[in-house]
Design a protein around this ligand. Structure first.
Ligand code: NAP
Ligand code: GLV
Length: 313
């Protein structure tokens, strides 16, 4: 099978992906963009990591676009994507586990006030504050998909009262209360001491973390954004932080990325910045996920983890 491998990776990253993929699918022939352009009719599948717009045009035999990223917002923004070709996104338990670790670290640090103690250390200030128990710190997780669901359950196992919010109603699992729809969000926000965002970036969710939402949280609530930068209205968050309406924000994703050096998030004392590392794609496990989908394609089975182009996730 001839497979186009393309994305916004550098030469080393590409080589490393190609090795992992070749190991998982030895029968695959991995082509770069120039090789694919030279023999377009041979390319049956494309494995992509946010490829340059236009990369997937003019491939008449293309039957699957497999994203190495979980979030497909940048891929779907390419107006030249061939219509009708199924798109599958990365769903990997290793990625969900990594995200659960990041969300746990951030939520525990917010619950116990550790970011505040880090600020005190910079001032050489020895001051003890009261200690909240996990069960006194309700967490609202936006998004209850593959990753958001795993994160919510990990938080619930640690003793936090967790509510998971999604578009459609879902079954409660692993001690996580489930709510759905816009009205439920506004009901839940006033009770959330920590808000964790794991929504996909779509037309419906862009800018959802705005002044109105921050005002609905209890004063001093923590924000953990691990999904996409464009979920946040930066100016609204900065204003909410300056009023301590949001007590501290842990931000892993930004718009644009890399976060420009002059952006106020870098130096804000109530912001923790991570360089989009909350859950990196693990080449070893991700290559196995890709290989399974390419084998499904070859055997005429439906690919797993298909993206719905209408909803955008
Ligand atoms: P997913 O399985 O597609 O789940 C998406 C969840 O969001 C679903 O529960 C869905 O509701 C809900 N949702 C979508 N639109 C909604 C809306 N308008 N209102 C309410 N809920 C809505 O996605 P995932 O695999 O969990 O990944 C989530 C996101 O994490 C990705 O899109 C990506 O942006 C981000 N991510 C970040 C990193 C990082 O390192 N920072 C790594 C991986 C992924 P339904 O259940 O009702 O469909
Ligand atoms: C990372 O942000 C991903 O979507 O895989």
């Amino acid at each position: 099978m001839d497979i186009l491998l393309c994305g916004n990776f550098d030469a080393d990253e590409r080589q490393s992906w190609q090795q992992a993929l070749a190991q998982a699918l030895p029968e695959g022939r991995w082509l770069d963009l120039d090789e694919a352009r030279a023999q377009p009719a041979a390319v049956q599948a494309a494995v992509v990591a946010n490829p340059p717009p236009g990369s997937l045009q003019g491939l008449p035999a293309l039957r699957l676009i497999q994203s190495l990223w979980a979030g497909v917002d940048r891929l779907l923004a390419d107006a030249t994507l061939p219509p009708g070709v199924p798109i599958a996104r990365m769903v990997d338990p290793a990625m969900s586990a990594a995200m659960a670790q990041t969300a746990l670290w951030a939520t525990l640090a917010l619950q116990r006030g550790f970011f505040g103690y880090a600020r005190q250390q910079r001032q050489r200030l020895w001051r003890q504050h009261g200690q909240r128990r996990a069960d006194e710190c309700p967490v609202l997780v936006l998004g209850q998909g593959e990753i958001g669901g795993a994160v919510a359950q990990a938080l619930a196992r640690t003793g936090f009262p967790v509510t998971g919010w999604s578009r459609r109603a879902g079954e409660a699992r692993g001690g996580v209360r489930r709510v759905a729809g816009a009205a439920a969000l506004w009901q839940e926000l006033p009770g959330a001491q920590v808000l964790v965002n794991l929504l996909p970036l779509t037309e419906a969710t862009a800018g959802i973390l705005d002044a109105r939402l921050f005002a609905a949280l209890p004063h001093g609530a923590g924000l953990v954004n691990l999904a996409r930068g464009r979920h946040v209205v930066d100016a609204d968050l900065l204003a909410a932080l300056d009023r301590s309406q949001v007590g501290h924000a842990v931000l892993d994703v930004f718009h644009p990325e890399p976060l420009p050096p002059e952006h106020p998030f870098w130096t804000h004392e109530r912001v923790t910045v991570l360089p989009h590392v909350a859950a990196q794609t693990d080449e070893r496990s991700a290559a196995a996920v890709v290989a399974a989908n390419l084998r499904a394609l070859r055997e005429g089975r439906e690919p797993l983890h298909r993206v719905d182009r209408r909803t955008g996730y």
